[in-house]
Write a protein that binds this ligand. Sequence first.
Ligand code: NAP
Ligand code: GCO
Length: 267
Amino acid sequence: MDFLKDQFSVKGKVAWVTGGSYGIGLNIALAYAKAGAKIAFNDINRELVDKGLAAYKEAGFDVKGYVCDVTDEPTVQKTAKQIEKDLGPVDILVNNAGIIKRIPMHEMSVDDWRLVVDIDLTAPFIVAKAVLPSMMERRSGKIINICSMMSELGRETVAAYAAAKGGLKMLTRNIASEYGKYNIQCNGIGPGYIATPQTAPLREKQADGSRHPFDSFIIAKTPAERWGTPEDLMGPAIFLGSKASDFVNGHVLYVDGGILAYIGKQP
Ligand code: NAP
Ligand code: GCO
């Protein structure tokens, strides 16, 4: 095999992408599928899983889809066992499932707060826990947590999301610290502002056809002067899922068109 192919190969690996029926999760899973990995994904209900299965089929891939709420530990454990039966033990786990609630913090109910923290922070712990014993036994594994700009930055209305994604960055470092000796690498991908349904409300055209003010704000904050696409995350996911990153551990790779490096467009 040539050098590059060997370094970046995920061929034959089993990759489990949570919340992988559309958006970022679907595209990361498609990257692995195109590179020859076997794909398992889950989503919260049958309808989403079927929508996902159709999208993978359309792209030419036969993958396994499971209905599984990532906050429900017994179901997650059962799903991990089923994936192992169907495809083999998980080599690459991508903790992608997530939600956001944009509500001023002083108006946010504690139930909404808990839901966001449960899905965005506690669930990656639950899902990682389900695959770690087998990875430890095999002395090999990649865990990739989908972090955010909000792992580093705050903004109005997203207190719970920022707290959870900041926590996810530290969970990433801790998994790396605790399991590095088993040749398990846990890293994060921190997408910038990516055009998916999650961010659609921030890009909606105004009544007069002009850009949403938040849309213009993001363009001005991004040196690349554009929103990211889910495809922008494919290469970084391949890197963090392959041998090329075997000594990269506890790192968050920000894929943000330069947002974190930039003070913003000068007037
Ligand atoms: P998203 O709308 O956040 O979708 C994530 C997927 O997870 C959806 O299919 C969602 O289902 C599913 N999900 C939600 N709760 C779940 C649960 N309890 N169990 C299982 N699945 C669940 O889409 P996205 O924009 O592609 O985001 C993917 C990840 O990237 C998220 O973690 C997000 O926070 C992160 N991220 C997104 C951006 C961005 O700009 N889009 C930037 C940085 C980070 P539902 O459709 O029912 O919610
Ligand atoms: C928001 C956005 C963000 C992004 C993303 C940034 O309301 O500010 O939804 O949080 O989705 O996580 O990296």
